[in-house]
Design a protein around this ligand. Structure first.
Ligand code: NAD
Length: 537
């Protein structure tokens, strides 16, 4: 585009006017069209350089394909579930979010819930409005000197911890990704501990973790059986990290004296949700980020970031691509996608903290700055635990904080001439390590090796990895179970029995549909199956 100031920007969702002010100050005049459906959007995006959304508008693969001039999609807020990031990366379109804009507001909401729980504020309010001016049954508890257990000491968890210290609470925290890095807590006066000790000592427990495979049901029956009797629980993170049935049981039995939820597994809750009938549960409708300051901040942030990108070529908080010129991004996009998927695969295979990543790059791609591949790899690894809080800008700092070292080298004579990426990821000293090699054929990324097995796997969708006895009919048995549950296999590759590991063979099945836990259990129960794991790519 000849003149960056002529860039066409389309705002697709209701956005705080602060965004318009920022754009205009930078000499940009966006168009605003709110509430378009996919067909309307497909028509509207032709020739548009930048799209701005909150959560309502879905930027699908079809929309991205139709957007012939698109260079950036900006989401005012953190979650980019409404943007097909993979399609964007493939086309070299940068997707950016505003990860920090609502952290304070959400942390303050958690503190509001904490105080409300301690002093029964919602119940007392309802009683007075119901015509009763009585204290009976509303005896509160002081916060001073009590212990707050913070689960997840990221951006929001840290603000909550700090504020709670201001209330003179003792704060302990559980965040294995900091603790296993051998780091002290990033806040003075906050002790990092394990989950068991936190549960046994905390008077109030507050959750600030992302929802992921490893945090789903983080607090369930077993954990809630260990809480200090009379503890109170707050969840302003994501529904699903707490097992609601187990909380109900703990409340009924009096192990928990109260609970406050801003988020639920299913939002809004069904009219017969048992929490709705309980006095000892406080519920707010996912209000965490709802303050005028947060909405203004994320709107201004996204406008600033988009203006910086269009006018100065700087991509801050890019979820899927680093600060590169649009042309360079288009060239290396398939490699970035590949490196990110490889990072994600390795983090899932290791299923614990990664201590070292050895990255070896060879082929034509080394003409480009391979720094970006390193960033993409780190983003893929870290998203397993941090999801969208991690981006190409903050990934190196987060990796350092978590004690992850990246060693880089170049390979002079790689097998795949266009470009080959090899990565070994290792757990802390003496632990597991895995090696993956990836290559790009044309513009198609492929995983070509996992440990000792040579493959040709498109890194997309669910991947089932089995370790099984090398006997006839095993694959048939797996296929039958998948078929019975309506799960279609995209591709199967088999590895020969490894010499080490008792002659077990490996299977790699990419699937079209996501298999439920019952499918994995049924496969794991097959006689010849030694182990099975489901990876999401
Ligand atoms: P963040 O990525 O900065 O921090 C998350 C922390 O959780 C990280 O330090 C990570 O190491 C830790 N963690 C990951 N897995 C863990 C585990 N198994 N056990 C303990 N700790 C673990 O994220 P953030 O910005 O602080 O956001 C935290 C949560 O708050 C997210 O789920 C986000 O979606 C949610 N959120 C809710 C609202 C709301 O409206 N209620 C608003 C904003 C964010």
């Amino acid at each position: 585009m000849a003149d960056p100031a002529q860039a066409r920007i389309l705002i697709c969702d209701e956005l705080h006017p602060a965004a318009l002010d920022v754009f205009r100050r930078r000499g940009l005049e966006p168009a605003i069209r709110v509430g378009m459906n996919e067909d309307e959007l497909v028509e509207a995006v032709a020739g548009v350089d930048a799209l701005v959304v909150r959560s309502a508008t879905k930027i699908t693969r079809r929309v991205i394909k139709a957007a012939d001039a698109l260079r950036v999609v900006g989401r005012a807020g953190i979650g980019v579930d409404n943007v097909d990031c993979e399609a964007a990366t493939e086309r070299g379109v940068v997707v950016m979010n505003t990860p920090t804009g609502n952290a304070t507001t959400t942390a303050e909401h958690a503190i509001a819930l904490l105080c409300s729980l301690a002093r029964h504020v919602p119940r007392a309010n309802a009683r007075v409005r119901g015509g009763e001016w009585k204290k009976k049954g509303l005896m509160g508890t002081e916060l001073t000197g009590k212990t707050l257990g913070v689960i997840g000491l990221g951006r929001i968890g840290r603000i909550v911890a700090e504020r709670a210290q201001g209330l003179r609470m003792n704060v302990v925290a559980y965040d294995p990704f900091l603790a296993d890095a051998g780091k002290s807590a990033p806040l003075a006066g906050v002790a990092l501990t394990n989950l068991e000790d936190l549960l046994a000592t905390a008077d109030f427990i507050t959750l600030h973790v992302p929802l992921s495979e490893s945090t789903r049901g983080l607090l369930s029956w077993e954990e809630l059986a260990r809480v200090k009797p009379g503890a109170r629980l707050i969840n302003a993170s994501r529904g699903g990290v707490v097992d609601e049935e187990a909380v109900l049981d703990a409340l009924v039995e009096g192990r928990l004296a109260g609970a406050a939820f801003d988020v639920l597994e299913s939002e809004p809750p069904a009219p017969d949700h048992p929490f709705l009938a309980r006095d000892d549960v406080i519920l707010t409708p996912h209000l965490g980020a709802s303050s005028s300051e947060a909405q203004e901040r994320v709107a201004a942030d996204i406008a600033t970031q988009i203006a910086d990108f269009l006018l100065d070529g700087v991509a801050e908080n890019a979820v899927n691509a680093p600060a590169l010129g649009a042309e360079a991004i288009a060239e290396i996009a398939p490699f970035l996608l590949l490196a990110e998927k490889m990072g994600s695969l390795l983090a899932q295979r290791l299923d614990g903290p990664i201590r070292k990543l050895e990255l070896t790059v060879g082929g034509d791609i080394v003409q480009h700055d391979i720094e970006h591949l390193r960033l993409a790899l780190l983003v893929g690894c870290l998203r397993r635990t941090l999801q969208l809080g991690v981006n190409f800008v903050n990934a190196p700092q987060i990796a350092r904080e978590r004690g992850i070292r990246v060693l880089e080298s170049r390979e002079d004579d790689p097998y795949y001439r266009q470009g080959q990426i090899k990565v070994r990821a290792s757990a802390p000293a003496g632990g597991e390590s895995h090696l993956i090699t990836g290559a790009v054929f044309g513009r198609e990324p492929r995983i070509v090796r996992i440990d000792d097995v040579h493959l040709d796997l498109p890194p997309r969708g669910p991947l089932l990895i089995t370790s099984h006895a090398d006997a006839p009919g095993v694959v048939g048995q797996i296929g039958t179970i998948l078929g019975q549950h309506g799960v279609n296999i995209r591709r199967i590759e088999l590895g020969p029995p490894a010499e080490e590991g008792g002659g077990l063979a490996a299977g790699f099945l990419t699937l079209y549909e996501e298999p439920g836990p019952e499918v994995i259990e049924a496969i794991a129960a097959l006689e010849p199956i030694h182990a099975v794991e489901l990876i999401h790519l």
